[in-house]
Design a protein around this ligand. Structure first.
Ligand SMILES: [Fe+2]
Length: 312
């Protein structure tokens, strides 16, 4: 089975892959595609201890991890890994079970064809990594936007497939869908414009991307992923909720069950994938209301919360 999810950002957002109701059921036959911002080839000089640890962790999972590149990757290092032919397309082999799906390639997996075109603009470049001049080649690389050769290579491959594939995997959206999802906050660029052309000229079953840090269906056949892990062909709307998608947010006041009584409290911390030892549902640290001197907090599982409350 082929599964897909959104950005992992190195070890920052990889917890969605820890024990949960999708990955625990995955087998040696399965593939997990990360739709860009993989982030475990990130340090500008060399592989760090943390990168190595998480890459090894991925490599020993039952499934094979595949990723398109996003904008948060160290491209010079990524492009230095050995290139291999794999299922009809080219990959960079990071480890035997951790493979980078190269731009413009079409892969055949389980009888399905998958067109991949990574890359996107770093819209968070200023706040995330500071002054651009200082960060080029350290936290930001111009290769985040595909080159003309990569775009042309993708079009040539699509032509060979009569502009028909089962799935499209990218990091960003076509321009008009990006406008819709980000309400005009992200400017169009060469990648979104290229993808808009693909949207109108390629026949496909479903398109998956990351980048926007939402889980939503941008239209009937285009799904943006972040925390969700979906089976290929499925969309967000028709898939069951899962861990990593908490119902309540920080600073929400809630009514909940606490030691046999009903109490009000304010959420101070959300743990979307559960605690270190309890992974069955999201957990919250809630400060009881009325607050005492010590601002006593309790750890509450999501199913113990009765409702969000406007009344304190
Ligand atoms: Fe991202």
């Amino acid at each position: 089975m082929i599964y897909l999810t959104g950005d992992t950002h190195g070890y920052i957002d990889i917890r969605k892959l820890l024990k949960n109701n999708v990955t625990t059921q995955m087998t040696e036959e399965d593939y997990l595609i990360i739709c860009g911002d993989f982030g475990l080839v990130w340090h500008y000089k060399h592989e760090t201890g943390k990168e190595r640890k998480w890459l090894k962790w991925l490599n020993k999972q039952k499934w094979t991890t595949l990723f398109a590149d996003g904008n948060h990757e160290c491209f010079p290092r990524l492009n230095s890994y050995p290139v291999k032919e794999w299922h009809g397309g080219k990959v960079h082999e990071i480890l035997p079970k951790v493979l980078h799906l190269m731009r413009g390639e079409i892969f055949e997996l389980e009888g399905k064809s998958i067109f991949v075109m990574g890359g996107a603009s770093s819209h968070d470049r200023g706040p995330a990594v500071g002054d651009t001049e200082q960060v080029i080649g350290k936290f930001w690389w111009p290769e985040e936007i595909p080159s003309k050769e990569e775009f042309d290579h993708g079009l040539a491959n699509l032509k060979q497939h009569d502009y028909k594939v089962n799935y499209i995997v990218t990091h960003c959206l076509p321009t008009f869908l990006q406008e819709f999802v980000k309400q005009g906050k992200y400017a169009p660029d060469a990648a979104t414009e290229y993808l808009e052309n693909i949207y109108h000229t390629v026949d496909y079953d479903h398109w998956y991307c990351g980048h926007y840090h939402y889980d939503l269906d941008a239209d009937k056949k285009v799904t943006v992923l972040f925390t969700r892990i979906l089976e290929a062909g499925k969309n967000v709307r028709d898939s069951a909720m899962m861990l990593g998608v908490p119902k309540y947010r920080r600073d929400d006041t809630v009514l909940f069950h606490c030691n046999g009584e009903e109490r009000f409290g304010t959420i101070k911390e959300t743990m979307p994938w559960g605690t270190l030892t309890k992974h069955d549902e999201p957990y919250y640290n809630i400060v009881l209301f009325p607050e005492d001197e010590n601002r006593t907090a309790v750890q509450v599982r999501e199913s113990e919360i009765i409702e969000k409350s406007l009344i304190r």
